[in-house]
Design a protein around this ligand. Structure first.
Ligand SMILES: [Fe+2]
Length: 333
């Protein structure tokens, strides 16, 4: 994809020097960290403020729900993380939080409060898409595998409206693409009778292996619809199934949905180091394809910093009853 916005050298340096003034750790006290970033707003380069507004407007008008920003400010030192336990290693090795600050600023300027899960890395708002050795070859973002089309955390009750990824370390010679299909396109490719059945709770989703590991009580979701709102989707390919007792029409609709997915346009982006890729989690589906891996060891060291966000403050507020220990945005599974 062509970036919507590329930081010029001067703008990047200006924003970097602002973010470098911050000292708080988002992993120790997210609320204070977030407030520290908010204080920087008046000094942020105006072109970046404007592009964040443009992105919110395009999302609100259902015009475009995937965007790329290039040459973003980020940490100057990107440590190598232990593939056996990258998260614990990150806590030890990462002492500056410029990349986290930039993602927080992006969330604030697009009006999308961040979301985290209490059972995932103690509720960290900044998580890592990085290969963890023990998940190698499995269907989770925490593996080095390809990923089928899905929404993140499909089976969970509280789900992000937007996902943002920042390329911390993306090997130059490996062609790994993130694909995105917009829900509006899928719905356009469906007949009304199938849409009606897909809006009823005749389907369920098996939780991914990482979620099951983090919370042993999780196995399958309650029965759910695949379509909701105008064109929100709840689907994890190969793991979302038709309930056994569902009427035959629901099965037909499920097959029609899979065909509609295949017929829909897929936008693909290869995340480079310093790229920010942001896309709708519920109003679309995304995947990961490994097109050509010239150096498997390098590809395994790929590191993206990820945030989940609600689409606006009032949506975040509507989930207040899920907040863990009064930590706004951090939900109990
Ligand atoms: Fe994902």
């Amino acid at each position: 994809m062509i970036p919507l916005f590329t930081f010029e050298a001067g703008e990047k340096a200006q924003l970097l020097s602002l973010l470098e003034q911050t000292r708080l750790s988002p992993y120790k006290n997210y609320a204070d960290f977030s407030e520290e970033i908010r204080q920087l707003h008046p000094l942020v380069p105006s072109r970046f403020v404007k592009v964040c507004k443009d992105i919110s407007n395009e999302r609100a008008r259902h015009q475009q729900k995937i965007h790329v920003i290039r040459n973003c400010p980020m940490d100057s030192a990107i440590p190598e993380l232990d593939p056996d336990d990258p998260v614990r290693d990150k806590y030890l090795k990462k002492t500056r939080f410029i990349s986290e600050g930039f993602l927080e600023l992006f969330a604030q300027l697009t009006g999308t409060p961040l979301l985290s899960y209490e059972t995932r890395n103690q509720g960290d708002f900044f998580t890592d898409v990085i290969a963890i050795k023990k998940y190698s070859g499995q269907l989770t973002g925490f593996s080095d595998s390809e990923l089928v089309f899905h929404n993140d955390r499909t089976a969970h009750k509280v789900r992000a409206d937007y996902i943002t990824l920042l390329g911390m370390r993306c090997p130059d010679d490996d062609l790994i693409y993130t694909g995105y299909i917009d829900g509006a396109d899928i719905v356009k490719n469906l007949e009304p009778k199938h849409i009606a059945w897909l809006r009823e709770p005749h389907f369920y989703t098996i939780f991914d292996v990482f979620s099951r590991d983090m919370n042993k009580q999780l196995s399958t979701s309650e029965k759910h619809a695949i379509l909701s709102n105008v064109h929100s989707i709840r689907f994890l390919d190969t793991m979302t199934c038709v309930a056994e007792e569902a009427p035959i029409e629901a099965r037909d609709a499920f097959i029609a949905f899979k065909s509609a997915m295949t017929r829909s346009q897929c936008k693909r982006h290869r995340i480079l180091t310093g790229d920010l890729l942001t896309f709708a989690n519920q109003d679309g589906l995304h995947n990961r394809e490994k097109i050509d891996i010239l150096n498997p060891d390098n590809a395994a060291s790929r590191w993206l910093l990820k945030t989940y966000a609600f689409k606006d403050t009032s949506t975040a507020k509507s989930f207040e009853s899920y907040w863990a220990d009064n930590r706004a945005g951090c939900v109990i599974d």
